[in-house]
Design a binder for this molecule. Structure first.
Ligand code: GAR
Length: 214
């Protein structure tokens, strides 16, 4: 059995996309791949309620209850470890993780970022892409490294930027492409088709083609 643990902070639409795909493709039956838990740093997160409603283990660890980032990450790691994760999926998890946490689970933590990295790490990505005059925008799934949004790139999805775009309209156009991309990346890493080697995501050509979504 291979175990997936999902971390989120809000709406949870990427979590839902992964859950839906895992069921449609029968990840558990075909690959022994199972979502073991959904954990949120925000007890009120809609994604956590959804996980509970779906019968999944849903755990809240309120970061505001901890005196430091290190203390929160220690509690987070302690709650993740019993699930023996093969992949930890950050799905709209809006906390910066400490180097200690990242190193503890190196090569296993994935994040989705709403920009074509290495362009636009950080916040307000849709607005910044429009303001920069880009004609395309996208999302990136990457291994998490101690550098914010700086880990090895696993897969990307791309959408056009229209002349009339607002950040909200662009975000709405991109979201379904995030949902198409992330489950593919999670499955590829969980099945060993993508590995982190010397700071790079190593995969074959067929996998690389499947992880470029247009
Ligand atoms: C997604 O657009 C994701 O790319 C972004 O937050 C949203 C979460 O939506 N992540 C980041 O900005 C990470 N820095 P969701 O909760 O509906 O999946």
């Amino acid at each position: 059995m291979k175990n997936i643990v999902i971390l989120l902070s809000g709406r949870g639409s990427n979590f839902e996309a992964i859950l839906k795909t895992s069921r449609a493709e029968d990840w558990e039956g075909r690959f022994g791949l199972k979502i073991r838990a959904v954990i949120s740093n925000r007890p009120e997160a809609a994604g956590l309620a959804r996980a509970k409603a779906e019968g999944l283990e849903a755990i809240a660890i309120d970061h505001k209850a901890f005196p430091s980032r290190e203390a929160f990450d220690e509690a987070l790691a302690a709650s993740i470890e019993p699930f023996e994760p093969d992949v930890i999926v950050l799905a709209g998890f809006m906390r910066i993780l400490t180097e200690g946490f990242v190193k503890r689970f190196e090569g296993k933590i994935l994040n989705i970022h709403p920009a074509l990295l290495p362009l636009f790490p950080g916040l307000d990505t849709h607005k910044r892409a429009i303001e920069a005059g880009c004609r395309v925008h996208g999302s990136t799934v990457h291994f998490v490294s101690p550098v914010l949004d700086g880990g090895a790139i696993i897969g990307q999805s791309v959408v056009p930027i229209l002349a009339s775009d607002t950040p909200e309209a662009l975000a709405a156009r991109l979201l379904p492409f995030e949902h198409a991309l992330y489950p593919k990346c999670v499955r590829a890493v969980a099945l060993g088709a993508v590995k982190l080697v010397d700071g790079r995501a190593v995969m074959d050509d067929e996998t690389a083609r499947s992880l470029a979504v247009f």
